[in-house]
Design a protein around this ligand. Structure first.
Ligand SMILES: *Cc1c(COP(=O)(O)O)cnc(C)c1O
Length: 433
């Protein structure tokens, strides 16, 4: 499989190159030259396959010769090495729980796959590889854990000061060793801008082997397809495929779902559930894509004003807004409605969603009210305890801390506080030379 840059000013590369570079030299995102099609028997017999086999079948065509079969099977098995259950909430709505990994959010899947691929590739690279990543909250922890103590790899994480939850902050600032946390006085968009600037800085990239672990990296983006197929495997009513609601920020997750759909996974409709950062809902309504500065919400991992992966969504649908709108709707849910939804879902069905999942629930519920014959699920993208500062006052009771979280809450954070300024970032990176 070859990957081309969506800016079309860079040469095509294989999976290894795309995963190591993160972004193409022309700053475009890499995109597969063709969309593989699942065999009919794969979809029809999906209930008979193991998770590992499903994941392997999905990813194999994207890897080509870059990783031999035995290594790829091991990488895939380690990637999906935790439960991903589809849990019923009421007659119409289920949830796909993606929070059973080590940092309690769906990003563990992409980060585990990518870190293991890079670990495999770094054996053939003489220099130290520096993974540079901006996080709005959950990426940092997932990437830090995925790459922690991977030989030959240093990790630098930029996060917006005061805009991530306390659990998130502990997950990315308490590991140490090859993981460094830079606490930026600014927003997630500022962090992302700094990271992009570093990749575009040839004087820097000549000295440091930099790679990105943001969701633009194909090695993080592509494996996110796995759990859509795990959900379909668990979906009871195969004659009536699900409506899938995806809490969306940078649009990597939903773009992976759309990719699985384009490869032949049955889905009735997708909903991109956004918070007050409503660039995509606005775009689908008006046809005019207008990036905006991110605004802070209680579903902070979706506080993105210019979603990077949306160009891939457009490419999947050949830039045709009409055909995209047949498959995808998008709505914006306010913080007030998010809190109300947490209370309602907890009170009525005894299920406690996190703020991101609640946005997904609300968007799905609204859609199903207008489409009475359909059923669906939303992605529960994080464990509610990651956002206990928001959730506990809403339900007026405490969420018990899982052991993995209790263990880190008393550790001291280690971060470097820094202005949202490129020279400051350069100075930090120069320490790694
Ligand atoms: C990252 C994240 C999202 C948004 O996912 P995208 O792929 O950026 O759209 C939603 N919910 C949680 C909990 C996240 O961590």
């Amino acid at each position: 499989m070859k990957y081309y840059s969506l800016n079309r000013q860079s040469p095509e590369v294989d999976f290894k190159e795309a995963a190591i570079r993160g972004q193409a030299p022309d700053k475009g995102l890499y995109f597969p030259e063709r969309i593989p099609v699942f065999e009919r028997s794969f979809i029809q017999n999906i209930e008979s396959f193991s998770k590992e086999e499903i994941a392997y079948q999905v990813i194999r065509p994207y890897i080509g010769d870059a990783i031999p079969e035995a290594d790829l099977r091991r990488i895939v098995a380690e990637t999906v090495n935790f439960d991903i259950p589809l849990v019923r909430i009421n007659d119409k709505i289920s949830t796909l729980e993606l929070f059973h990994g080590p940092t309690l959010a769906f990003k563990d899947v992409g980060a585990r796959f990518m870190s293991r691929c890079l670990g495999y590739f770094s054996k053939s690279i003489s220099e130290k590889v520096v993974v540079l990543v901006a996080t709005s909250g959950d990426t940092g922890g997932a990437v830090a854990h995925g790459f922690y103590n991977v030989p030959g790899v240093e990790v630098v994480i930029l996060y917006p000061s005061g805009k991530v939850s306390s659990v998130q902050e502990k997950q990315l600032t308490t590991l140490g060793n090859n993981v460094r946390a830079l606490e930026v006085k600014g927003s997630f968009d500022d962090c992302q801008k700094l990271v992009k600037q570093a990749f575009a800085d040839t004087s820097l990239t000549q000295e440091l082997f930099l790679t990105s672990a943001n969701s633009i990296n194909v090695a993080r983006w592509l494996p996110q397809q796995f759990y859509y197929l795990f959900a379909y495997q668990q979906w009871k009513d195969k004659d009536n495929p699900p409506v899938i609601s995806v809490p969306s920020g940078n649009f990597g997750n939903i773009c992976a779902g759309l990719l699985a759909y384009c490869s032949g996974m049955p889905v009735k409709h997708f909903i991109a559930a956004c918070n007050a950062n409503a660039v995509v809902p606005e775009f689908l309504r008006t046809g005019d894509y207008q990036p905006k500065p991110a605004v802070a919400t209680i579903s902070n991992a979706m506080d993105v004003g210019d979603p990077s992966n949306f160009v891939r969504v457009l490419e999947l649908f050949n830039q045709e807004l009409g055909s995209l709108k047949n498959v995808l709707s998008s709505v914006s849910v306010s913080d007030v409605d998010t809190k109300r939804t947490i209370r309602e879902v907890y009170g009525s069905w005894g299920y406690l969603p996190d703020p991101h999942g609640a946005v997904g629930f609300k968007a799905l519920q609204q859609y199903l009210q207008q489409h009475q014959d359909e059923k669906g699920f939303f992605l529960e993208t994080a464990h509610p305890v990651k956002f206990y500062d928001v959730v506990e006052p809403v339900i007026q009771s405490n969420i018990p801390l899982p052991d993995s979280v209790r263990g880190i809450m008393h550790l001291n954070k280690t971060s470097v506080v820094m202005e949202a300024d490129y020279d400051a970032l350069k100075e930090q990176l120069s320490l790694l030379k």
